[in-house]
Design a protein around this ligand. Structure first.
Ligand code: ZN
Length: 305
């Protein structure tokens, strides 16, 4: 595929455990956007340092689209390696300062990130220069209520984080958990549709150019969620269980009831939406992941599919 990205920009496409990493090179100061999951921090460091990355240049700033574990997991390692300041969405500064493991969906959701310090607050509506290009920071609440996306008008390129993927977007909390999240998701998609972007660099998956089709899929998903909040809740738990599975690489089936009983978000969602014994909820989630081909059973373990 013809790559319309400006030459000073490189996207390292990662996976579902680690977000993509965008490197924007500039003689006036190179910028990296997002840093993957902590478990992959050594690979993140190697990619950022590589020929397609900084290639020996210093790192002037690390920027995060939002502060979920799969986007900030390499922050501390990059901060140590380069001594660079870290910029996060302004609304997430207090959460990072306080290291609020619940609001950041860390221990609360069975995830980990090494603590880091945030130096600069990115304000929606402001324009920032990354890699000699001007990027408008735009509020993109929904998946994360503080999230930002970055739009470059010259190349009509959008760095979308988890607000829009080629097929869907990051988990969104059901209305019973956050009544604003789903309406914000729809409003963010409307905002993105209005940008008329030609190219989207998502937080996960390959960059894509058929933005209209991606938005159609995202709007369809949103309508399905609006029609069924229990379905939304199941989706959130399945995604979180899948994330833990990718993190640990295999989970003994016998451990899953305890996982569901001990990681707080499962208990909260179970009480609110399902009212099942933990073992039964675990069994249902595993069954759905296996039927969808996302996971399979190997001996007595659940493994990625
Ligand atoms: Zn996210």
């Amino acid at each position: 595929m013809h790559d319309p990205l400006p030459p000073q920009m490189h996207v390292f496409v990662r996976d579902w455990l680690s977000s993509n990493i965008v490197v924007l090179r500039s003689e006036r100061g190179s910028v990296v956007i997002d840093s993957g999951y902590g478990k992959h921090a050594p690979l993140t460091l190697a990619l950022v340092a590589s020929r397609m990355g900084l290639n020996g240049a210093p790192l002037a700033k690390l920027v995060n689209t939002h502060c979920h574990s799969d986007h900030v997991g390499g922050n501390a390692a990059l901060q140590r390696a380069y001594g660079c300041p870290i910029a996060v969405p302004a609304a997430e500064m207090p959460l990072i300062r306080a290291w609020d493991e619940r609001a950041l969906l860390l221990r609360h959701a069975g995830q980990h990130a090494e603590r880091f310090t945030a130096d600069d607050a990115l304000e929606p509506g402001n324009t920032y220069t990354f890699g000699d290009l001007e990027w408008r920071a735009l509020a993109a609440p929904g998946h994360d209520m503080a999230a930002l996306v970055f739009f470059n008008d010259e190349h009509r390129t959008l760095i979308s984080g988890d607000a829009l993927w080629e097929n869907g977007y990051g988990i969104v909390m059901p209305p019973q958990v956050d009544e604003n999240a789903l309406p914000a998701t729809r409003a963010t998609l409307d905002m993105i549709a209005g940008l008329d972007a030609r190219w989207v660099i998502p937080g996960h998956g390959e960059p894509f150019g058929d933005v209209r089709a991606a938005l159609e899929r995202a709007f369809r998903r949103t309508a399905a969620f609006e029609a069924d909040s229990r379905r939304m809740a199941r989706h959130v738990l399945k995604v979180l269980l899948m994330f833990s599975l990718l993190d640990r690489e295999r989970l003994p089936l016998a451990s899953l009831a305890e996982h569901v009983a001990c990681v707080p978000i499962y208990g909260e969602f179970n009480a609110r939406f399902f009212g099942l014994p933990a073992a039964e909820l675990a069994e249902q989630l595993v069954g759905e992941l296996v039927r969808a081909g996302a996971a399979r059973i190997d001996d007595a373990d659940l493994v990625p599919g």
